[in-house]
Design a protein. Sequence first.
Lengths: 370, 258
Amino acid sequence: MLRYLLEKEIKQFVRNSFLPKMVVMLPLMAMLIFPLIANFEIKNINLCVVDHDRSIQSQKLIQKIQSSGYFRITDVAESYQRAMLQVESNNSDMLLEIPVAFGKDIEQGTSTNVLIAANAVNGVKGGLGSSYLTAILQNFSVDIATKIQLPKAMPQGAGFSIIPRFWFNPTLNYKMFMIPALMIMVLAIVSGFLPAMNIVGEKESGTIEQMNVTPVGRFQFILAKLIPYWLVGFIALSIAVLVSRWVYGFKPQGSIVTVYLFASMFMLAFSGFGLVISNYAKTMQQAIFMILFFLLTFIFLSGFYTPINNMPQWGQVLSNFSPFKFIIQSVRLVYLKGCGFADMLPQFFALCGFAVFFNGWAVLSYRKKS
Amino acid sequence: MTSIGTDKTTQQIGKVIWAENLCKKFGAFTAVDHISFEIEKGEIFGFLGANGAGKTTAMRMLTGLSKPTSGKGVVAGFDINTQSEQIKKNIGYMSQKFALYEDLKVWENIRLYAGIYGVPKKEIAPRTDDLLHRLGFEKEKDTLVKSLPLGWKQKLAFSVAIFHEPKIVFLDEPTGGVDPAARRNFWEMIYQAADRGITVFVTTHYMDEAEYCNRVSIMVDGRIDALDTPKNLKDQFNASTMDEVFHHLARKSTRNAD
């Protein structure tokens, strides 16, 4: 009986004018566009410099800032007020004020002050921008101190230098952080929500009632809905994996088999969640709204965009209710750190737990009879 | 034959459908109010009533789609309270809402339901061709169901509902929205099915169709107010047509039609 139902589902899927295209487009969009635009790396910060000194040293400093690649010097203003106008009119994000006698002070080893002001409307840009600029300034002062060999007048902060080393993602490439999460988002939509919407669609058209008066068991009916979308989920995931490899050269440090293994468990869990929704939603409108609600909740709780450790304590507790947390963690660990199955047993068991919970709920909440 | 543990068991042999005090309540509202009736094998049983009288609810209980609040019933030898899955193997059902898959072809719909009802794989293809030949649908075998006219869709839906030769076929307003010629045509198919021994349980709004039935019951406000052959009913209410009988009874309704 199952094979007749599967035949039906697959024919309907392939004949749909929209779904097969979507399954290809979604991972392509997610992989080709999202990682490039959803990026926390700050580049091209517009900087307005107020140079009261106009000495060789101040020129050197400006050059150094320019050559860092993070800043674009938009203007060299004569006064702080002028520069502030630039910031206010959004032409500049930050301003740097170099005091009179900056060069002289440096060469003599006297301490000097520069002023950094940042537009913090975009907090991330403001914060990161000032810390980049501070780092450059510090670096500059160390250079000077070494060059002019004035050990007794070591500028502040030059007593020791910090060399950060970022493990597993040495260049702090935000794309590498985002890609595994985006893969999971694609997987969730394709394998969790499409079958749920399909079932609600049959409710709306009344064909599910016809099925309910046949000997088709609930289990077979659901399995026939899920199997095609699991396959489609693997196709979408594979597209995402291949694109990230070919376009970004992003290969998993660990085994790709582990990625697929975890993805399978996630699909099982998440399609169960979709079924729960399909049991409660009477119309497509209700289903879509519930899906949006939970998708957003799960994603924001999962550490998709922001580290879970940054969340308040209660948020960290809540994050455990998002299956996305565990699958995104695992895929990131395999991709970036090269973890194997044995290293991620807690995540795997968490996903198993979600699978049992959601599918159990789906079975219990299903009524073939009213 | 499964016993349902009452002394009625012996009497109901030969009855394909048997219901006693069937009742369905939705909260405070009693949709079906203690109805009892029996239907013989091969009978065409018309189930009449105004909109909202409780016909569809009663039918849903008999087909295992809805659980009775109270009362007993046996369909095709199985208890509607406990054996609805066995009932489903032995009945066909054509709902008010057209329920074939619009995005499947004619032969694919037949194949799907034949497969679901366990028609042997080898028989499906020849019997499909045979059916399409009888319906004169040979050319439409590969047509998507959504592009068929409504009258054809209904004939196809009926044929699909009886493709597995069920003991009983339930038809919920099968001829809604089609022209008189197509309706007559459809009733010819119903007669053919009844001749093959399939019991037909049909709800309808068309009183001329009620005349075609062997027996009819008329539901008013959840109760069966009349049940007999069309001729006896007309005599009983001193009416010349079933339409008059119906109006006579429906006037008593206190329930608003939906």
